[in-house]
Design a protein around this ligand. Structure first.
Ligand code: GLA
Length: 382
């Protein structure tokens, strides 16, 4: 049985009826532009062929019943009239928080019976949580006929994450999960929330390599980085680092703490690289794209300090295989998780072989390699 068949049969066995809707929210990989979204900057992610699926039926009352079939067969249940943070069952907070934020738009929302299953590797920086939030919103939109658009859904998911779950993330993950497009990456302006899709060049693979470094201190380090960026914007009396140029930053170097200076330099240069990367992708110029990706990695390593030695090593050995035919860099929040490579299809076997030969010997860890396809977001309509 496939995972989807299991999902549906679990639903049927639990609720004694077939699900009216089966909805999906994809995870994402970011090709370039990390730690820019909460600075009102630019990102260039793609939705991927891993995600969260929900089988569901509408209810006429305000009860929500849900099983996370990958975790346990136990059903959680709550009322939309009484939403509280659940200290014991962490995953249910994604459901409760997302629905609480959805009710700001639809106060009379009705409940649902649901079974959830996902295959986004957890804690790998591929946005399993955003895929879950967007899958819930897609499910409720479908069950109850809500005219929810992808940008609004993304904002609701982000709000749930910020205000209910407690992670101060930007808008990238939810927006690409909602509005990604098959075979395309998407340049997103995180200030205006306007976006532009650009095809991943033909015969080029998006390869995600999970370092399997257990991510630690992610939320606290993430929130610290965010505060550091905001402090520099404030120093310049600007709304966000998006509004500070590299020349302005450098001219004032003597008056800025050296750590904060490097944090800001990463964000400002990363925005430029991300906009340039869209042009490189459109021109099928993998050499330039590759250079931008490696510069991005070095900036995240040296200026933003969110990589680990294992991720740095993966980038180093994969860059040797890819040469000037593609690129590789860390992706997502950092402190463990994945690196992403863009490479011609014929180099994928060489990338895998190199990782197998060198990575475990050096780090004691085994990396997982996923050759991915860019997929439609949950709210994307062609
Ligand atoms: C996490 C956050 C995103 C973004 C990235 C870094 O994935 O959820 O909003 O800030 O880190 O680019």
């Amino acid at each position: 049985m496939t995972r989807l068949q299991t999902l549906i049969s679990t639903f049927e066995n639990t609720f004694n009826t077939a699900p009216e809707a089966v909805c999906h929210g994809p995870g994402r990989v970011n090709l370039i532009g990390d730690h820019t979204d909460y600075n009102d900057g630019f990102v260039l992610p793609a939705a991927i062929n891993f995600g969260t699926d929900i089988a569901a039926n509408p209810r006429e009352d305000r009860t929500v019943r849900v099983i996370a079939s990958d975790i346990s067969k136990e059903m959680e249940s709550f009322s939309l009239d009484n939403i509280e943070f659940n200290e014991q069952v962490m995953w249910v907070n994604y459901v409760a928080g997302t629905l609480q934020c959805l009710m700001a738009h639809y106060p009379d929302l009705k409940g649902a019976d649901m079974v959830v299953s996902g295959n986004v590797p957890q804690g790998a920086g591929l946005s399993s949580s955003a895929s879950f939030e967007i899958a819930i919103l897609r499910t409720f939109a479908k069950l109850h006929g809500l005219p929810l658009d992808g940008v609004t859904a993304a904002l609701i998911g982000q709000k749930a994450e910020n205000e209910f779950v407690g992670c101060n993330c930007g808008i990238m993950d939810q927006l690409i999960s909602a509005m990604g497009k098959e075979d395309n990456a998407m340049l997103l302006d995180c200030r205006s929330l306007s976006f532009e899709h650009a095809p991943v060049p033909a015969n080029v693979s998006v390869v995600i390599i999970n370092s399997n470094v257990k991510r630690g201190l992610v939320d606290s380090e993430y929130n610290t980085r965010r505060e550091q960026c905001e402090a520099v914007a404030k120093h310049f009396d600007k709304p966000a680092l998006r509004d500070v140029s590299l020349a302005e930053l450098e001219a004032d170097k003597a008056n800025i703490d050296s750590v904060l200076f490097r944090r800001a330099r990463h964000v400002i240069t990363e925005n430029d690289r991300t906009v340039a990367a869209l042009d490189a992708l459109k021109a099928n110029d993998l050499k330039t794209m590759g250079e931008l990706m490696v510069q991005s990695h070095m900036s995240l390593k040296d200026d933003f300090e969110v990589t680990t030695s294992e991720m740095d090593y993966l980038v180093e050995i994969i860059a040797d295989v890819v040469g000037d035919k593609g690129g590789v860099r860390m992706t997502g929040g950092g402190f463990g998780g994945c690196v992403v490579a863009l490479a011609p299809d014929e180099l994928v076997d060489g990338i895998k072989a190199t990782i197998e030969e060198l990575y475990q010997a050096k780090t004691g860890l085994i990396a997982d390699v996923y050759v991915c396809a860019a997929k439609d977001g949950a709210f994307f309509e062609a």
